[in-house]
Design a protein around this ligand. Structure first.
Ligand SMILES: Cc1cc2nc3c(=O)[nH]c(=O)nc-3n(C[C@H](O)[C@H](O)[C@H](O)COP(=O)(O)O)c2cc1C
Length: 383
């Protein structure tokens, strides 16, 4: 570690969330939880990273307590965990205890796949997929497999008012369960085209009934979810909200064309009571809007005054999509992350793939040791 990176190893505090350093393990779907119950290896997988100094672990996406939350999606899927039912809750209680014993902090990422779920799949295949306006979105821009597109392109019935209420209640129950099993807070997946994001994005939300319209109306669902989670967990339970410009339906999509639009989208979510915003990008240092070198997390912080997490490309020379097709090298770009953090652009830095490749990554970077090389095969293991 060079002295330039020191700030990344300093503690962080926001409300009840206290972290030993600024590194956040980004949420990564792992598919090692058949029938929604985490397998034994999941304990060690998270504990190893807590032992090796990760500041905050955000778990893989966990299906909320709603029958259509999980199913087959564009990149496969099928064995994601849930956070309800005695068996799953007992396993999460053990996983959380293991992370705490190692000095770590862990929050679950609550996930509803929404429009991305292939109808007729998942733990409850009979449940209709949840779509704000029945559409999956534009099908001419996606880089998803054509056989997947064929399964999702057909329009379905838009969510009814009472179905929307049921889903919000499902988020609240799962958040209450998160607190009950000892998690240190909760993270909401509001990004990448999944359910919450499909309300935020005009291409998938064409509603005219108070759940859609301008940016603030499209944020209403996200805000209601946050409000319900807050009510179910109390005033001190940290809530992290993830959002993104890009979608699985369109990597070049823009939720907000301007900072003003971003502000209008985020305001209802912040007002509803989140503690931290997590701006999901493929490159943490890429300018979000013309005329400024601020990234998306930087803009979110500037516009809302909330603590933010930046993510994308830390420790690697290729972004997520490019790394599937091109040789990818581990690299030390921590000085750049630290410089931006020191300028006040963001507060925490998310690390995804680098922490999959090497559970010891944070500790090894701090101590200037070599880290494991990048290899796609690591995605298929729980090392
Ligand atoms: C295998 C894998 C699974 C992922 N699953 C999720 C997920 O469940 N939820 C989510 O919000 N992002 C998910 N992501 C995105 C990551 O959280 C992260 O934003 C992305 O990998 C960019 O960070 P990186 O460049 O450090 O890898 C996943 C990424 C990978 C590589």
């Amino acid at each position: 570690m060079s002295a330039d990176s020191d700030i990344l190893f300093t503690p962080f505090q926001a409300g009840r969330l206290t972290l030993r350093n600024r590194f956040v393990m980004a949420p990564m779907t792992r598919n090692f939880s058949p029938d929604g119950i985490p397998s034994q290896g999941v304990d060690e997988y998270y504990r190893r990273r807590a032992q090796a100094d990760v500041g905050l672990i955000v778990t893989e996406g966990i299906g909320v307590d709603h029958p259509a939350a999980l199913g087959r999606e564009s990149v496969g899927g099928g064995a994601s965990p849930v956070l309800h039912g005695e068996a799953a809750l007992a396993r999460w209680r053990a996983i959380v205890a293991g992370v705490h014993a190692a000095g770590g902090t862990i929050v679950p990422q609550l996930w509803h796949q929404g429009v991305i779920r292939v109808p007729g799949t998942g733990y409850h295949p009979e449940a209709p997929s949840a779509r704000p306006s029945g559409t999956w979105g534009p099908t001419d821009r996606a880089l998803v497999p054509p056989d997947y597109l064929d399964l999702v392109r057909k329009e379905t019935a838009p969510l009814t008012e009472s179905e929307i209420g049921d889903i919000i209640a499902g988020f609240a129950r799962s958040a209450a369960n998160a607190k009950a099993v000892g998690f240190d807070g909760v993270a909401l997946h509001g990004a990448h085209g999944y359910l919450i994001d499909s309300f935020l994005w005009a291409q998938t939300n064409r509603r005219e009934d108070g759940w859609g319209g301008g940016p603030a109306a499209r944020s209403r669902f996200a805000g209601e979810v946050v409000r319900a989670v807050r009510a179910a967990t109390g005033p001190d339970f940290p809530i992290i909200f993830r959002f993104s410009q890009w979608k699985l339906q369109d990597y070049e999509a823009r939720l907000a064309e301007t900072p003003g639009e971003l502000e209008a989208l985020l305001a209802p979510i912040v007002d509803a009571g989140v503690d931290v915003l997590d701006a999901s990008t493929r490159s943490f240092s890429k300018p979000a809007f013309e005329g400024s070198d601020l990234g998306l997390a930087g803009w979110a912080k500037k516009l809302t005054d909330m603590p933010t997490i930046a993510v994308g490309g830390v420790g690697l020379d290729k972004d997520l999509q490019s790394s599937f097709a091109q040789p990818t090298m581990m690299t030390d770009n921590l000085a750049l992350a630290a410089e931006r953090m020191a300028r006040g652009e963001f507060d925490l830095i998310g690390v995804g793939r680098a922490l999959l490749m090497d559970a010891q990554w944070v500790r090894r970077m701090r101590e200037g040791q070599a880290v494991n090389p990048f290899r796609l095969e690591a995605y298929a293991t729980l090392d």
